[in-house]
Design a protein around this ligand. Structure first.
Ligand code: MN
Length: 203
């Protein structure tokens, strides 16, 4: 079993389920991690079961080479591989508010200031763009192959890897990420999420 190769398994949360209170409630964490994330893992394993060659690829290789996947299984594999990849990074990128690891550091902080004028302005632009996601999807800060930062919206379980860009911050904007606590108030969820997110390492 592995987190990045078949057969995939669900990574444990790196913090307790109640660690993000009051910004993300315990019940949402259980449903989101144990049910939704687990379902993507299970469905990805099922989709890859008939394809031994694809089982040997790492998760990121599958997502970068979507056009090479067998046509009859491409959509199912990409949707579920994307769901596994996005959720892995989303939960890895959450951090209890008390740990104070939420602002970008070092070179990333400099790049954000250079690209978006200030961290505060970046937060505003990112939040505004997350409000624009129609239906289910994600908002992501990504580093392009040209080493430029960009804020992108991803529909459903698309990933930035298909655009050859590396995610540094991911907000899950699917209703399952916030509906139990925030109901339809996506703006409230987004405002509170900033208290418990952290930026991912450059990879
Ligand atoms: Mn989700």
């Amino acid at each position: 079993m592995s987190y990045n190769r078949y057969p995939y398994e669900l990574p444990a949360l790196p913090y307790p389920y109640n660690a993000l209170m009051p910004y993300i409630d315990t019940e949402t964490m259980h449903y989101h991690h144990d049910r939704h994330f687990q379902t993507y893992v299970d469905n990805l394993n099922a989709a890859l079961k008939p394809y031994p060659v694809l089982q040997r690829l790492q998760l990121e290789q599958i997502l970068r080479r979507g056009n090479l996947l067998p046509a009859e299984a491409r959509t199912k594999i990409l949707q579920n591989a994307g769901g596994v990849y996005n959720h892995m990074l989303f939960f890895e990128g959450l951090s209890p508010a008390a740990e104070g690891r939420h602002e970008p550091q070092g070179r990333l902080a400099e790049l954000i200031n250079k690209t978006f004028s200030s961290y505060q302005n970046f937060q505003k632009l990112f939040t505004d763009q997350a409000m624009e996601v129609f239906g289910s999807g994600w908002t992501c800060l990504a580093m392009t192959a040209q080493q430029q930062l960009k804020i992108v919206n991803l529909a459903n379980q698309e990933t930035t890897l298909a655009q050859n860009a590396v995610p540094l911050l991911l907000f899950d904007v699917w209703e399952h990420a916030y509906y139990l606590k925030y109901k339809n108030a996506r703006a409230d969820y987004l405002a509170q999420l900033w208290h418990v997110v952290r930026f991912l390492e450059f990879r």
